[in-house]
Design a binder for this molecule. Structure first.
Ligand code: ATP
Ligand code: MG
Length: 388
C-alpha cells in the first residue's frame, strides 16, 4: 500500500478526529484535495474527512470528546468539527440517488467505493487513513501521478449530475494538469455537448471555480480548452484568449505573483460581475484595471495613488495588450512612485487660502508635482499653488 507522511495528517488535531470516530468502530479517511495535494507535493488548504458514521453519530461522538460540532451541511452528510485550531469537514460516505444538475439527493452508505463514485475526478477520489495508508478504490493514483484530470467513469453522466463539474474540470487542469499532455478528449466532448447546463448554475459557484482557475500559475492551456468547447463564451461572453498568454509571460519576467482579477481583466468581454457574483471589492478591482488599461493615466501616478500592486497589474496588462516588452526600469519606477510623499500640506497654505480656492491650489500643485515625476520640492510647489 502506498503511504503518505504529512504534518497535517500527523498533527494532534487531525489524529484526534480519527480517534474519536475509530474508537466507536467507524471508518474514517482524509479525502480529496488534501490527499491529492500531498501526493503532488503542493500545499494543502483544507482537510475533508469521509466516514461511515452518520452526521448524528459524528456530532454525538465529537461532542462527548469535547470537540465543537457545527451542522454545516447536515442533509448532505456534512458536519464541521473543530479540533484544536483546525476545522475539519466531516462527511458521511454517501451516494447520490437523484440529481438535477445542480443539487443531489443523497443516501448514506458504509461503502467507500460508492462514496468514491459520486466524486468528480479520479484524482479527487483518493483516501488516506490515520496512519497514512492510501486507499484508491477507483484507480486514481496513476492519473494523479501523470497529472491527468479525468472524470470518474462516464464524463457525460458526471456532468449531467452536476454541471459545475465542467468548470471544475478546467480548474483542476489549470492547477494540477500536465500542460504538455493536453486535455482529456472525452471530457472536452462531453463539456461541449452540455453547455446549456452552465446557465443554471449559481453565480457564486461559477465565480469560485473561475477565480481558482485564473489564480493558477498558467491558466492559458485550460482557458484554451474552455474556449474551444464554448464554455468560456457561455460564462464570459465576448472573452478573448488573445492577451492571456502574453500577460502570463510578462508576469513571469517581472516575477509578479498570479492575480486572478488581472487575468480576468485580460480576458475582456462583458462585465463579469453578475455572472461570477464577484464581491464588491473584486468587481471594483477588475473594473479599475479595465479602466486604467485603456486610459492615459501615467504609471507613476497610478503607483502613487493606488500602490504597487495595482500599478504592476496595469503595466503588465498594457504591455500585454500592445505586445510590448516591459521597460527595464519598471520596477524602480513603481517602487519610487509608491513611496513618494507630496511635500505640500493644506496647513502650508491656510494663512493665504481657504475653501474651494485652497482645494484648487493644492490640486494644481499636485498635478505639477506628478508631472515633474515627483521632482518639485516644497518651495516650488508653494509658488505654483499661490500663482492664480
Ligand atoms: P481545493 O484544494 O480547491 O479545496 P478540493 O479537491 O478539496 O480542492 P473541494 O471543492 O474542497 O475541492 O471538494 C472536496 C472534494 O469533494 C473533492 O476533491 C471531490 O472529491 C469532492 N467534490 C467537491 N465538489 C464536487 C462536485 N461538484 N462533484 C463531485 N465531487 C465533488
Ligand atoms: Mg477542499
Amino acid at each position: 500500500m502506498k503511504r503518505i507522511d504529512a504534518d497535517w495528517l500527523n498533527s494532534a488535531d487531525t489524529q484526534r478526529v480519527f480517534t474519536v470516530l475509530a474508537a466507536a468502530g467507524h471508518q474514517a479517511f482524509a479525502v480529496g484535495g488534501c490527499v491529492r495535494n500531498t501526493l503532488l507535493g503542493v500545499p494543502v488548504s483544507d482537510i475533508d474527512i469521509a466516514t461511515s458514521a452518520t452526521p448524528e453519530e459524528t456530532t454525538r461522538l465529537a461532542r462527548s470528546a469535547g470537540l465543537k460540532a457545527i451542522p454545516t451541511g447536515f442533509e448532505h452528510g456534512t458536519v464541521t468539527l473543530v479540533s484544536g485550531k483546525t476545522a475539519f469537514e466531516v462527511t458521511t460516505f454517501r451516494h447520490d440517488i437523484e440529481t438535477d444538475g445542480r443539487r443531489a439527493v443523497v443516501v448514506f452508505t458504509n461503502d467507500i467505493r460508492e462514496d468514491a463514485r459520486r466524486r468528480d475526478f479520479t484524482m479527487n477520489a483518493l483516501y488516506v487513513d490515520a496512519a497514512g495508508g492510501v486507499q484508491d478504490p477507483l484507480n486514481g493514483l496513476p492519473d494523479l501521478l501523470a497529472r491527468r484530470v479525468r472524470f470518474i467513469e462516464n464524463a457525460d453522466a458526471r456532468i449531467k449530475e452536476d454541471y459545475l463539474r465542467s468548470l471544475r474540470f478546467f480548474r483542476f487542469h489549470a492547477q494540477y494538469g500536465d500542460p504538455g499532455q493536453g486535455l482529456d478528449a472525452d471530457a472536452l466532448a462531453a463539456i461541449a455537448s452540455n453547455l446549456e447546463g452552465l446557465d443554471s448554475l449559481a453565480g457564486e459557484r461559477v465565480g469560485a471555480e473561475m477565480l481558482k482557475l485564473l489564480a493558477a500559475n498558467d491558466p492559458a492551456p485550460a482557458l484554451a480548452g474552455m474556449f474551444s468547447t464554448g464554455a468560456l463564451s457561455a460564462i464570459l461572453p465576448g472573452a478573448s484568449l488573445q492577451w492571456v498568454a502574453p500577460l502570463v509571460h510578462l508576469e513571469g519576467e517581472a516575477v509578479q505573483p498570479p492575480d486572478p482579477l488581472r487575468r480576468l481583466a485580460a480576458l475582456g468581454g462583458l462585465d463579469p460581475t453578475d455572472r461570477l457574483r464577484l464581491s464588491r471589492s473584486d468587481a471594483k478591482k477588475r473594473n479599475q484595471l479595465t479602466d486604467f488599461v485603456s486610459n492615459l493615466t501615467g504609471l507613476s501616478e497610478i503607483a502613487w495613488r493606488h500602490g504597487t500592486s495595482v500599478a504592476w497589474s496595469v503595466i503588465l496588462l498594457r504591455q500585454a495588450l500592445t505586445e510590448q516588452p516591459l521597460a527595464p526600469n519598471t520596477a524602480s519606477l513603481i517602487e519610487r512612485a509608491a513611496k513618494a510623499e507630496f511635500p505640500l500640506k493644506a496647513r502650508d497654505l491656510l494663512d493665504r487660502l481657504q475653501g474651494p480656492a485652497l482645494g484648487a491650489a493644492l490640486k494644481r500643485a499636485e498635478t505639477a508635482w506628478i508631472k515633474s515625476d515627483f521632482g518639485l520640492d516644497r518651495e516650488a510647489l508653494l509658488e505654483i499653488a499661490l500663482k492664480e
